[in-house]
Design a protein around this ligand. Structure first.
Ligand SMILES: Cc1cc2nc3c(=O)[nH]c(=O)nc-3n(C[C@H](O)[C@H](O)[C@H](O)COP(=O)(O)O)c2cc1C
Length: 173
């Protein structure tokens, strides 16, 4: 699958088969995160792979009881080791760097026939406690990963290019 096809087919999956994700596939996907770019090449991202059913269930509870999260055979806690660096542009680099790595994961997962769903609705303290993540580490996102239950058509509800792009100066609403 080429990169444009992966971008087009990736969608949020909220229903998963119990079928395991093979280790080699999981490793390939995680390696795609490892290869992501980051500010100053800091590579602050860290990933905790939750596969134990009880742990996944607890994580789903901490994710505002989004039960589908725990139904995926793998839940990734996508973390940042150091959250202090702020770029000259004023933006902290850690959530941006983590987001790029996470997007590598979602796209490569799609290319492998796997589904993901970015989860931002979760209580960080609870997730950290469940997974034994030290206090200084930030959890940027949770990502269930597994084979989709029902292959549903991809529906992309997105603004048009005209609404989001202008050339040479800001001519946008
Ligand atoms: C930062 C972020 C946080 C999100 N949090 C959740 C979430 O907690 N639960 C959920 O079901 N989907 C969540 N989503 C998925 C979005 O709802 C979804 O990406 C969006 O509706 C577009 O649909 P698509 O991913 O199928 O293209 C989140 C997505 C992002 C990027």
């Amino acid at each position: 699958m080429d990169i444009y096809e992966a971008v087009k087919t990736r969608k949020s999956v909220r229903s998963y088969q119990s079928r395991e994700v093979p280790d080699d596939v999981l490793t390939r996907i995680l390696d795609a995160a490892r290869l992501a770019p980051s500010a100053n090449n800091f590579q602050e991202w860290r990933f905790v792979v939750a596969r134990d059913p009880k742990t996944r269930h607890s994580i789903a509870q901490a994710a505002c009881r989004q039960t589908f999260v725990g139904e995926a055979p793998v839940v990734l806690a996508c973390c940042a080791k150091d959250s202090r660096h702020v770029m000259t542009c004023g933006q902290p680099s850690y959530p941006i760097d983590a987001a790029i790595a996470i997007d590598h994961i979602t796209l490569c997962a799609a290319a492998e026939g796997l589904g993901t769903c970015w989860i931002g609705a979760f209580y960080e303290d609870e997730v950290k406690q469940i997974l034994g993540i030290p206090s200084g580490i930030r959890v940027v996102a949770l990502l269930p990963l597994g084979y989709p239950q029902d292959p549903q058509p991809v529906r992309k509800l997105r603004l048009s290019l005209e609404r989001i792009v202008s050339y040479d100066s800001w001519k946008l609403e």
